[in-house]
Design a protein around this ligand. Structure first.
Ligand SMILES: NC(=O)C1=CN([C@@H]2O[C@H](COP(=O)(O)OP(=O)(O)OC[C@H]3O[C@@H](n4cnc5c(N)ncnc54)[C@H](OP(=O)(O)O)[C@@H]3O)[C@@H](O)[C@H]2O)C=CC1
Ligand SMILES: CC(=O)N[C@@H](CCC(=O)OP(=O)(O)O)C(=O)O
Length: 331
């Protein structure tokens, strides 16, 4: 796995403390030949050199950009090695969506049928059986976990709205003008309005939960914090649904979930920081008949590296919580 990006180094950090696996090989285009601790001082006690190619392994994580990730993973998949892809390259079932939203022709469309969307709260049984996991996007993780229970219970339908905010680490470690301190500090803006590539991913998964959903309006915002996502979602409620009904639906849906808590006050991103938790809160707006569902996650953990390890635990038959933090470091 490549460790020279934010998702990759977070994976390496969590895997290094995981009692059930050994991190044996790490790569990184920009840092090949260097000790991991030379590039990331907080990892200095890990005895690993970053290479340009992976050694022989039993399971590969990829935290490469989309398109590059599929190109590098396909040979491993063909050799029967289990893979968990943190990029978007195996998330969408319809190959045409890669041309439309990502601007490339998918190099192995036949694999999209067998890859499993790695959101354990929806697909746990299939993840256990799979060798190719498409780890969900950060915004989709929060959005789907916020809206899924209400759609599944049939208490909302139609078009849903997701208004989401992300910390700047969501944009990756690679240099970009929009993530420079002077550009992003003390600034908030919406971006990719009605055109963000997570829209088809959110729709695909929520449509799999309920045919009553007709569309998703998704508006992401970049906000001046390092990590965290807050997704505030709105959906039209069917008649005669009470606050008590909705609360019971959410508690019931997430009762046995180790990494989702239904909370009684609006969650903060800081309550999830450094953890694999998703905190979900709901409230009915009686004046408009809308259900408001809010989810908070750490984009680099439940939104990327932590969820990838949760998927690995399921694939390997390990206890699902192994090696994954549940308590936030606060403040
Ligand atoms: N950041 C987040 O919150 C989340 C990210 N993701 C996904 O995870 C993946 C990585 O994201 P993130 O860690 O944020 O990105 P970063 O920009 O932080 O890291 C990108 C990584 O990919 C490597 N890389 C880039 N281009 C190439 C290439 N052409 N060939 C080989 N290696 C390359 C970089 O290597 P180097 O720098 O050494 O050249 C680096 O290791 C993306 O697909 C992203 O969409 C998914 C969920 C959340
Ligand atoms: C703040 C920010 O720029 N976020 C990124 C999310 C990237 C990401 O995580 O992409 P995948 O989940 O699809 O891999 C963006 O909006 O493009």
């Amino acid at each position: 796995m490549n460790v020279t990006g934010y998702a990759g180094i977070e994976l390496a950090r969590l895997l290094a403390g995981h009692p059930g696996v050994e991190l044996v090989s790490v790569t990184g285009r920009s840092s090949a030949g260097q000790r991991i601790g030379q590039v990331f001082p907080h990892m200095a006690n890990l005895d690993l050199t970053i290479k340009s190619e992976l050694d022989e392994v039993d399971l590969v994580f990829s935290a490469l950009p989309h398109h590059e990730s599929a190109d590098q993973l396909i040979p491993f998949i063909e050799q029967g090695v289990s893979v968990i892809d943190v990029s978007a390259d195996f998330r969408l079932k319809d190959p045409g969506l890669y041309d439309e939203w990502y601007g490339f022709k998918h190099p192995a469309p036949e694999l999209l049928k067998t890859a499993v969307y790695g959101l354990p709260e929806l697909h746990r049984a299939e993840i256990r059986q799979s060798r190719v996991i498409a780890n969900p996007g950060c915004y989709p993780t929060a959005s789907i976990l916020a809206l899924g229970p209400a759609l599944k219970a049939g208490v909302v339908g139609g078009n849903v709205i997701v208004d989401a905010k992300s910390g700047v680490s969501g944009a990756g470690r690679s240099l970009k003008l929009s993530s420079h301190f002077c550009e992003s500090d003390e600034d908030v803006c919406a971006y990719a309005i009605a055109s963000h590539r997570h829209q088809p991913e959110i729709f695909q998964e929520l449509a799999g939960v309920s045919g009553d959903i007709t569309g998703v309006t998704f508006t992401p915002h970049l906000i001046p914090m390092t990590r965290g996502i807050l997704a505030t979602c709105y959906a039209k409620l069917n008649n005669n649904v009470s606050e008590t009904d909705v609360t019971a639906i959410y508690h019931d849906f997430y009762r046995d979930e180790p990494f989702v808590s239904v909370v009684s006050e609006a969650p903060h991103t800081k309550h999830t920081s450094g953890t694999n938790m998703c905190l979900v809160y709901t409230k009915i707006d009686h004046r408009t008949g809308l259900l408001i569902c809010i989810a908070a996650i750490d984009n680099l953990i439940k939104g990327a590296a932590g969820q990838a390890i949760q998927n690995m635990n399921l694939m390997l038959g390990l206890p699902e919580e192994t090696g994954l933090p549940r308590l936030a470091q606060f403040p």
